[in-house]
Design a protein around this ligand. Structure first.
Ligand code: ATP
Length: 356
């Protein structure tokens, strides 16, 4: 098991990169705790797989160093790093049985057969594959084969880390939910460092203790699900996490007041916006309250999503989303109030803390 340190990691696939846009990874510095469960979350093309492959050794970074427990592994192969990997699509030996596929990584390392048997049976149980143990992999469906891939990744308990690259893509939606929570349980028991790439926020938030949000080749925030929800460090995090995402308004800030569409909102602190930077106010739909008093808004439509309703409305010259309870009354002359604990202020898209 390993603490993973990324030091000034940058990566460009093309030759002679010069501008930031030439880099698939712009600059990553971070230390990931031994035994942590991390998800790399972000939109397509933001650099998640590149970062995962740099950790595994499949890609050598253009710049920077990677350390496992303080040892420089930048030049080492995946095998030398002692990493298990699970990819998006199944990697299985078709001619072997399900049992033998799972036993293979252990037998390869000459683990005694009684230990192999104990571990393989345990993982077969977790993945609900016990009754198929003696079936050949060749006859199985794609999602069962992917479960075998997962099993092969999970079966060794002596690895430095297990890396998952969108491992549930081919799994059906119900089974996805089951496997996600089983992975979480396995992590709790094994305490192996796990890194899980996904573009699905539900998957990231349920699997990980810490979610690493990436955007345009950079890590923009690493936080618990609650931190990402309550204090998004970058407007992108606010927009990407949550459904619907955070509402963001251009504002002018004077002392402890932000003016939205000409209307003053008391912030309770005086954010420092450096000269020339764009000031914005972010507030999640859950922290906007529709009432009879406050600032006027015009309702466009109301979507019923079960116990909640999403109200789409015009406010301060833009469309906003507001989440209200299913039975909430919407007045004929609607206004909106911002709950102060839900307000975040941004300068050039980065959050300005109360400390300035
Ligand atoms: P996705 O979710 O679509 O897999 P991602 O966040 O994992 O996206 P990467 O696959 O790491 O992103 O890609 C980051 C950038 O690097 C993208 O612009 C992509 O086109 C580019 N890229 C990735 N692999 C290569 C490669 N082998 N050669 C050239 N460019 C690449």
């Amino acid at each position: 098991m390993a603490r993973i340190t990324l030091e000034h990691i940058r990566h460009a696939y093309g030759v002679r990169p010069s501008a930031p846009k030439d880099y698939a990874l712009r600059e990553v510095n971070h230390e990931w705790a031994d035994g942590g469960a991390y998800a790399l979350l972000g939109p397509s093309g933001c650099g998640k797989t590149t970062l995962l492959n740099i950790i595994s050794g499949l890609v050598r970074p253009s710049e920077g160093r990677i350390l496992f427990n303080s040892q420089d592994v930048t030049e080492l192969s995946t095998e030398e790093r002692n990493i298990a990997q699970v990819f998006q699509f199944p990697v299985v030996y078709d001619t072997m049985t399900v049992y033998d596929n799972l036993a293979f990584p252990l037998r390869n390392r000459r683990v005694p057969e009684d230990q192999v048997d104990r571990r393989v049976r345990e993982i077969l149980g977790v993945l609900d594959l016990s009754d198929r143990a003696q079936k050949r992999a060749s006859g199985l469906t794609a999602d069962l084969k992917q479960k075998i891939s997962l099993g092969r990744g999970l079966v060794r308990s002596d690895v430095n880390a297990i890396l998952f690259d969108e491992p549930l893509t081919v799994i059906d939606p119900h089974m996805k939910w089951v496997l996600r929570s089983q992975l979480k349980t396995l992590h709790r028991h094994s305490k192996v460092t796990m890194v899980y790439v996904t573009h699905d926020q539900t998957e990231a938030l349920t699997f990980a203790d810490k979610v690493v949000v990436m955007y345009e080749g950079e890590i923009v925030q690493i936080g618990t699900p609650a931190e990402l929800f309550e204090t998004p460090k970058h407007t992108f995090v606010g927009y990407f996490i949550g459904s619907p995402g955070m509402n963001v308004f251009p504002v002018s800030v004077e002392g402890s007041k932000a003016h939205v569409g000409g209307m003053p909102i008391e912030l309770g602190f005086a954010p420092r916006i450096p000269a020339g930077q764009k000031a914005e106010l972010g507030i999640r739909p859950e922290f906007m309250e529709i009432s009879r008093t406050g600032m006027p808004l015009r309702i466009q439509k109301v979507e019923d999503i079960g116990r909640l309703k999403i109200v789409r409305a015009d406010f301060a010259g833009q469309t906003v989303s507001i989440v209200v309870k299913e039975d909430a009354e919407i007045p004929a002359d609607p206004h909106v109030v911002f709950q102060p604990q839900g307000i975040n202020i941004y300068a050039n898209s980065w959050r300005v803390g109360r400390e300035g």
